[in-house]
Design a protein around this ligand. Structure first.
Ligand code: NAD
Ligand code: MG
Length: 394
């Protein structure tokens, strides 16, 4: 039997993190969980630690770490508990960690994902914000260290699977005309501007097809998620924005497509279950059991396609605008969106004002070149301060 692969799951208690551990648990002996991280939800992390017996846990602060240490000692689980952002970066670069699942939400996931890239790991990238904030820096780090980067976002996994196996980021030489990103349209698809006025966080988090964390659920409702995914696809696949098209496909059966010069369209289909792209990234190029219901073609309703509604859901257009502005504009867009989404979830900002805060921050903060991680994080903080001011001005 081959040696188990050492894996660190960053953001283990989240929706992607839990799905990852679900797939790992189906393959005893194939992976060894070296480390898990979580920000809150200490009960869940404790349960995961008891089950997977990792060597390390990383949590937000010293208090959380102390509480966890006590519980682990009582349960006779031997594992070192670290805390703070630097612990995440340290874990991501450990020599015994071969695979890093980057499943922290938001720009908070960037430093550890980048540490994994610099350390030449096999990175399973769920944290799309890493590429939105630091696309060039991240892709350069992957190339320089020889890391492998496997997308976990279902659309990007679909595109990855629909590209030639030897694809190296040159669409023209691979005969690619377009990347087609599908979007479910989210829970508010078809709603008018007036109907969007009173929507609540609970409404926004009620996604028709996917069960996800709260931040990405709101992003899906505003179409910012698709905007972030356009930027993610641009960096992952080296495709210019004008050759990335978004198509609303409410059934979420086709997870995305690649259109070739000769008229062929390659698509990946499946049930809307994140364990498919997670298993694909974990085992690629092998295919492993993921616990996912096979697609039943006879019970599928029609597959339909629509243009996105950019009038009522301007966040998608704002993401294309940020990409066109270049420099660190996508990092500014992301920071403003994180602030606006948090304010919406806390009842401080109406849903329809999310794009307003993002647009005002983009024009208020402007664009800079910001090439290093430190410079990008400084701009992230600047954009957050500006966006907070715009939320307050509501
Ligand atoms: P989630 O909110 O369910 O979980 C987030 C995880 O990150 C948790 O473990 C949390 O403890 C940790 N975390 C939160 N803030 C942190 C911080 N400041 N520092 C360190 N850790 C922190 O989120 P999710 O839905 O699992 O999404 C995770 C990432 O994957 C996001 O970038 C999201 O866009 C992407 N993604 C998610 C899905 C999905 O189905 N949920 C699909 C595609 C992509
Ligand atoms: Mg997605």
């Amino acid at each position: 039997m081959t040696k188990p692969q050492g894996i660190a799951v960053l953001g283990a208690t989240g929706s992607v993190g839990c799905n990852t551990l679900d797939v790992i648990a189906r393959h005893p002996g194939r992976y060894r969980v070296v480390a898990l991280s979580a920000h809150r939800q200490m009960d869940k992390l404790f349960e995961q630690a008891c089950h997977f017996q990792p060597d390390y846990l990383a949590v937000a602060d010293e208090d959380a770490a102390a509480g966890l240490r006590e519980r682990l000692a009582l349960a006779s689980v031997r594992c070192e508990v670290l805390h703070g952002p630097s612990a995440l970066e340290w874990i991501a670069a450990l020599p015994e960690v071969e695979v890093v699942m980057a499943a922290i939400v938001g720009a908070a996931g960037l430093p550890s994902a980048l540490a994994a890239a610099n350390a030449g790991k096999r990175i399973l990238l769920a944290n799309k914000e890493s590429l939105v904030v630091a696309g060039r820096l991240f892709m350069d780090a992957v190339r320089a260290s020889g890391a492998s980067l496997l997308p976990v976002d279902s659309e990007h996994s679909a595109i990855f699977q629909s590209l030639p196996a030897d694809y190296v980021g040159q669409p023209d030489s691979a005969g690619i005309r377009k990347i087609i990103l599908t979007a479910s349209g989210g829970p508010f698809r078809g709603k008018s501007a007036a109907e969007l006025l009173g929507v609540t966080p609970a409404d926004a988090c009620r996604h028709p097809n996917w069960s996800m964390g709260r931040k990405i659920s709101v992003d899906s409702a505003s179409l910012m998620n698709k905007g972030l995914e356009v930027i993610e696809a641009h960096w992952l696949f080296g495709v210019p924005p004008e050759r990335i098209e978004v198509v609303v496909h409410p059934q979420s059966v086709i997870h995305s497509m690649v259109q070739y010069r000769d008229g062929s369209v390659m698509a990946q289909l499946g049930s809307p279950d994140m364990r498919t792209p997670i298993a694909c990234a974990l085992a690629w190029p092998e295919r492993i059991e993921a616990g996912v219901e096979p697609l039943d073609f006879f019970s599928l309703s029609d597959l339909s396609f629509e243009k996105p509604d950019l009038q009522n859901f301007p966040c998608l257009r704002l993401a294309f605008d940020a990409l066109a502005m270049g420099g660190d504009a996508p990092a500014v867009l992301n920071a403003a969106n994180e602030v606006a989404v948090e304010a919406f979830l806390n009842g401080r900002l109406p849903f329809v004002d999310i794009p307003r805060v993002v647009a005002e921050t983009l024009s208020g903060v402007g664009v800079a070149a910001s090439a290093s991680l430190q410079a990008l994080l400084a701009r992230d903080r600047e954009a957050r301060r500006f966006a907070e001011g715009r939320v307050g001005a509501c």
